[in-house]
Design a protein around this ligand. Structure first.
Ligand SMILES: [Zn+2]
Length: 208
């Protein structure tokens, strides 16, 4: 149930892609079309809902209208649904997908950081918002086509001196669409010694 509009919201059901967690039609498929076409650097990830209807509205309110109160709800849902999965993954540190400094200043906050902090409180895992920064103020991914999205993120992120090698990292973002953002950071962290990189997002774009 959506907190504000009271519309019923459906959780993502099985079967799901073993990599990105998108719903797939048949169990035997194992992976969604997208994950059979790309080699991703991250290990695995999950989202709570599909990015549509009231969820889409709710994430938008949270992201652009500073409805920070939603973050606690999202984090509790993550913990309720994926708590066991997080324990299995053995996460050492939670890292939010960073915003460029300029955009963060303009918006006044980074929604992924708020989410990461809320989740950190739920599961008692340290949150590190300083080790990964966005050095290029990229155009919003939603304004670009698939090809542009990929090149848009080339060298957009950097690992700072704050980074202390953690074996298992959980990346936090609001929405998973093509996976390019999460994967750019996963690739970078692995170059810097991370062994496994997972992700959680609130919502995920519809499967192909
Ligand atoms: Zn997939």
């Amino acid at each position: 149930m959506c907190l504000e509009c009271r519309q019923k919201v459906e959780y993502i059901e099985e079967p799901r892609c073993k990599k990105c967690g998108k719903p797939i039609r048949y169990e035997e498929q194992e992976y969604c079309y997208d994950c059979t076409q790309h080699i991703f650097h991250y290990e695995q990830g999950m989202s709570i809902w599909l990015h549509k209807g009231p969820v889409r509205w709710s994430v938008y309110q949270f992201k652009y209208h500073n409805r920070r109160i939603f973050a606690e709800f999202y984090a509790k849902e993550w913990w309720r649904i994926y708590g066991n999965q997080l324990k299995k993954w053995g996460i050492d540190v939670i890292i939010p997908v960073p915003l460029h400094q300029k955009r963060r200043r303009k918006r006044g906050y980074n929604q992924s950081e708020i989410l990461a902090n809320e989740l950190g409180k739920q599961c008692n895992i340290p949150v590190d918002s300083q080790s990964v920064i966005r050095i290029v103020n990229t155009r919003p991914q939603k304004e670009l086509n698939n090809k542009e999205r990929k090149t848009n993120l080339n060298n957009a992120f950097e690992v700072t001196q704050h980074w202390r090698r953690a074996k298992k990292v959980l990346l936090i973002d609001d929405i998973y669409t093509t996976g390019n953002t999460i994967d750019s950071i996963a690739r970078l962290l692995k170059q810097k010694g991370a062994e496994k990189v997972y992700f959680l997002t609130i919502s995920i774009g519809q499967g192909f």
